[in-house]
Design a protein around this ligand. Sequence first.
Ligand code: NDP
Length: 433
Amino acid sequence: MVENKLVHSPLITYGSMLSLLSFTPPFVILMWYTNVHADGSILKTFNHLRENGLQGLIDIWPKPTAIAGKLIICYALFEAALQLLLPGKTVEGPISPTGHRPVYKVYGSYAIHNYVFFSVSFRFGIFNPAIVYDHLGEIFSTLIFGSLVFCVLLYIKGHVAPSSTDSGSSGNIIVDFYWGMELYPRIGKHFDIKVFTNCRFGMMSWAVLAVTYCIKQHEEYGRVSDSMLVNTILMLVYVTKFFWWEAGYWNTMDIAHDRAGFYICWGCLVWVPSIYTSPGMYLVKQPVNLGLQLSLYILVAGLLCIYINYDCDRQRQEFRRTNGKCTVWGKTPSKIVAAYTTTSGEKKTSLLLTSGWWGLARHFHYVPEILAAFFWSVPALFNHFIPYFYVIFLIILLLDRAKRDDDRCKAKYGKYWKLYCEKVPYRVIPGIY
Ligand code: NDP
């Protein structure tokens, strides 16, 4: 067992951990209420809270219901079954700090999931996806409480039955609950809990809800607005890109560095379906007509950003997979061979790419990620602030993440990371930051 030596962001101090634990659940409900019942106006929601205080929040908070529970359980069981039963190619994740290399299965669950979802909904008419929107508040409320219980169970599992040596306690209950205890928690040998929460439940729900919002708008107004179409297409392309590149996801911070706790697991189970989909949730009842030309401009700009973000991730993954024996922007890549020591004392080396996208800034890939989110939010135009909350949240999240990753890599690679910083001095935005 290793000590829980996570590189915590200075933003995420004890105070902010407690604040996030307390404020994110009501925030999810306020986001839903503002989009669905307050015409997308933060001012209306604010006035309601100002006039009624805490009782105002209690009044609008939907109670978890049996139908919401049923929808969530059916969906979770379906995703878990796909994860467990579908055959797939075996891929190895990166070596963990204790020298352990997790193994994953990659399969076309996204395609199968969508096929089943659309067949059940449209072809056989068994299930009308609009009911998800009709019960959205109850679903979020049930998810909030259910996922908190899930995180408590993860915390207990981390103490009594960790799945691998990559686990341990910081000695502080808040840190352990918030950041998690285990890096690779599993049920049995094969059911990876973070794959379930992050990919199967979180990312799939993003796609499902994006489509659901379109269907609901069609039910309400008899047509789907161009703004909704642009928003949905961009979000679906983004999620499709994620699943296309899923094997690369095992190498990212979410999987390789962040442990399974409230931050990652509650985030993927509740925050992703509610906040990441919020621009679409807003558009359902506040449709905007963009016209063909503006729609196309926004669509093309968004697609380009998603492509660049994908290409950044692909470039790094291909570079590492081929051990630097590839071309980057048509040339032999420049690199640093960085040595480091695992917590068990083993000496190892990693390659750091210093050309291509990774030569522009150390986390340049966050720029197209943020711009893509802007382009699927901007179809709402500028009548209200709420559709832009996700972009603002993402900017804060990714700037903090860039700092956190730099600190972690500095601790891991020492002088080699210093060399990388000298060669590539900007952290995120070339020439600015
Ligand atoms: P990365 O995929 O960038 O992973 C960072 C790791 O890559 C580092 O810890 C280091 O790990 C390795 N690395 C760093 N620099 C180099 C280099 N020059 N050459 C080779 N390897 C390097 O981080 P993220 O997990 O943050 O991002 C993955 C994707 O997910 C991105 O597309 C991002 O935009 C997206 N994302 C989206 C979020 C959202 O909420 N929408 C949130 C976070 C990410 P090692 O120890 O292996 O050296």
